[in-house]
Every structure is written in C-alpha cells, then in structure tokens.
Write a protein that binds this ligand. Structure first.
Ligand code: SAM
Length: 350
C-alpha cells in the first residue's frame, strides 16, 4: 500500500486505524513487552532483594487503569506478547481485573500471548481464573525442591505452597515452565534433581545465571555460577541436543534425550543475545527500560497522567524505541560486583 501525506499524523503514520510497528534504529521490531505491576513481593530471595526492602509509596505506582492503557498502547503498536511480572505480580491488589481486561486483546487477535512470571505462592488461588483470562503458559520461579533450602533462599517461603500452586496451574491446563537461578554453593548440587522433577512433570526447565542487578549483601561474584560449567557437568550424565532458538530472547534450548524434556540456559553474562532482542520493559512506576542491562530509560507515567488521550504516551514510547541500544554490558568482577544497574530485578521486572 502507498502512503499518502494525509496518512501522516503527529505521532507517525496511521493508515486506516493501523499504527506503525515500533522498530528500533537497528531494525529490530519491538513485539514483546514485560510489565512489572508491583515492586512488592511476598518472598525475599537472597540474590534478588535485601531483607529490609523499602518499597515504593503506592501513589508512585501506575494504577491498574494506567497499566491497562499503557499495555494497550503497546499492543496497538505491534506488541504481540505481554508478560506481567513484578515484584510478585499476583500480590498486587485487583490484579485479576487487569488480566481480565487485557484478555480482550487476545480475543481481538492483536495479542498472541498474555503470560506472567510468578513465584507460585498465589497460584492455588488464581490459576483457574488466569486460565479463564486466556493465560496459556506461565513461568514459575523455583530454585530448589528442598523445603529448608527453599526457606533459606526465599528467607521465609513455604515450598509446599508453591508446589500446590504449580499443581493448580497444571490442573487448569496452563503450561508451566520452571525458572531456576543457578547459584554457586547454594543449589548447584540440585540442578539434576530440578531437571528430573520438571521433565517428569512435563515442564520445561530454564536455568538462569545470576545478574548484577541491585544492591544486596552477598557479593555477586560469590553467587555467580557459569552455566557453561553447569552444562558441562550435565553432559557427563545426559545427552543434550541443541534446539534451534526461536524465542528471540536470551534462552538457548537443548533437548535432554534421556528425559525427552527441554532445558534452557539464560546466560546474559557469558553470551550476547542482543542482536535478536525484540523486548522492552516497563517498571511499576511507568519507567520504560529499552535494555535490561543499561540505565537509559524514558518516563511514561508523566505522559500517561498528563492527558486522557494517548498521543503524549505514544510520542514518549517512540522516543524511547529510537534510543534502544544495540546491546548490554554486564560485567561481574570484584570491583564492580554490586552491579552495573543499581535497580533490583524486582523493580525492573524479571
Ligand atoms: N516474583 C516473580 C518470580 O518470582 O518469578 C517475578 C519477578 S522475579 C524478579 C523474576 C525472576 O528474576 C525470578 O526467576 C528470579 O529468580 C529472577 N531474579 C531475580 N534477581 C535476579 C538476579 N539478580 N539475577 C538473575 N535472576 C534474578
């Protein structure tokens, strides 16, 4: 279709109601948005949060209506995958109203996937409703299957509750993927157990390298476990066959021939996956980060609150996407081990 001058609007092309996709200067279309709906969590995982966290005042958070407007604006500009995260997204009061409302974009076909990342503690309560809102897959973070260790890692969590949540999701027909952060000296002896558990239940397992985000007590370098080493150890026991990567994300997948299940490795520190990056993140205060590992950000809360229409918001989003960097730059070494990014994962959204 040829564009006419009359198709130009102050915020770009708008042809027959279709807004143009968000494409960054490196030609990467932004099709995946991760939105943190709260910085609060009912757990305090040692690598993620300090024990004494100061949480944001409620007025700083985007309201559920603002979150809906923001997500919808991205969906109308070509975002087809939306991941709700946190903090712990399911502790945000009224969160199911947001899922219910966003599910209209699944019905319209604009959104291909509505999903979330959760610690699983509230899943027993919400799994059926999430499924009813069109959530088909979820990521559940689970670093250990040992109740005492679980309590130590999360500072007070109850493993049984998470396992019951996983069962509830499974019963509701939601596909579960288990995400485990590989931590040196903490759960490195349990990777095989996690793998066997996940694959026995028919779930994918993804291992994540600890990232230098936020100020927490233990030095990152002490927690860091290279997934290259983990893979090497697993290969002594299992046959791992590389699978073609089609997620556009940082995970590289293998098939574990002995279990038939899929295993993913997220290695932001040892591999660059930026060339295929299709994602951006919004914090619960409406700050848009174009890259998890860079500080540059654009405020979307002010334009959201400045008017009822979305023109200012769209302009801010376009400005941000035009600044999406080519890649990130995590470095773990002693002199910088408190993190290139001073924000916690719970703030940016994992
Ligand atoms: N509460 C939800 C959950 O537990 O999945 C969503 C937010 S949580 C911050 C998202 C993921 O980030 C979790 O899998 C968590 O283990 C991971 N995470 C937190 N801090 C991290 C860090 N410094 N490095 C790597 N992963 C981290």
């Amino acid at each position: 279709m040829r564009l006419k001058t009359s198709d130009l609007t102050p915020i770009g092309f708008n042809v027959h109601g279709q807004s143009p996709p968000l494409v960054d200067p490196f030609g990467r279309a932004v099709s995946y948005l991760r939105v943190s709906v709260t910085d609060r969590c009912d757990l305090r995982c040692v690598y993620c949060m300090a024990e004494e966290m100061t949480f944001l005042p409620k007025r700083d958070l985007l309201t559920l209506e603002e979150l809906d407007r923001l997500c919808s604006a991205f969906v109308e500009r070509g975002v087809s995958k939306l991941r709700i995260t946190g903090g712990e997204p399911l502790v945000r009061r009224g969160i199911m109203g947001l899922f219910r409302s966003l599910s209209r974009h699944l019905d319209s076909g604009l959104l291909r996937e509505l999903t979330l990342t959760t610690n699983g503690t509230q899943l027993e309560k919400y799994a059926a409703e999430l499924a009813d809102c069109g959530v088909r897959r979820i990521n559940v973070s689970l670093d250990t299957l040992d109740p005492d260790r679980f309590r130590a890692i999360t500072r007070w969590g109850d493993l049984d509750r998470v396992l019951a949540g996983i069962d509830a999701a499974d019963d509701a027909g939601i596909r579960v993927k288990i995400n485990a952060v590989a931590l040196k000296g903490v759960n490195e002896d349990e990777i095989e157990t996690l793998l066997r558990f996940a694959h026995w239940r028919g779930f994918d397992l993804t291992l994540i390298e600890v990232m230098p985000l936020g100020e927490i007590e233990p030095m990152r370098i002490d927690q860091f476990l290279s997934l290259g080493d983990v893979r090497g150890r697993l290969e002594q026991r299992f046959t791992l066959t590389d699978l073609p990567d089609n997620t556009g994300g940082p995970a590289r997948y293998v098939r574990v021939e002995e279990t038939g299940g899929r295993l993913g490795f997220i290695t932001p520190l040892t591999h660059n996956f930026c060339e295929s990056c299709n994602r951006v993140r919004v914090t619960c205060t409406g700050t848009l980060y174009m890259c998890l590992g860079q500080e540059d950000a654009v405020d979307l809360r002010a334009p959201l609150r400045a008017s009822e229409g979305n023109e200012l918001l769209e302009r801010a989003v376009e400005t941000a996407i035009a600044r999406k960097p080519k890649g990130h730059d995590f470095i773990i070494e002693r002199r910088r081990s408190q993190g290139v990014a001073s924000r916690h994962m719970s703030t940016t959204g994992g």
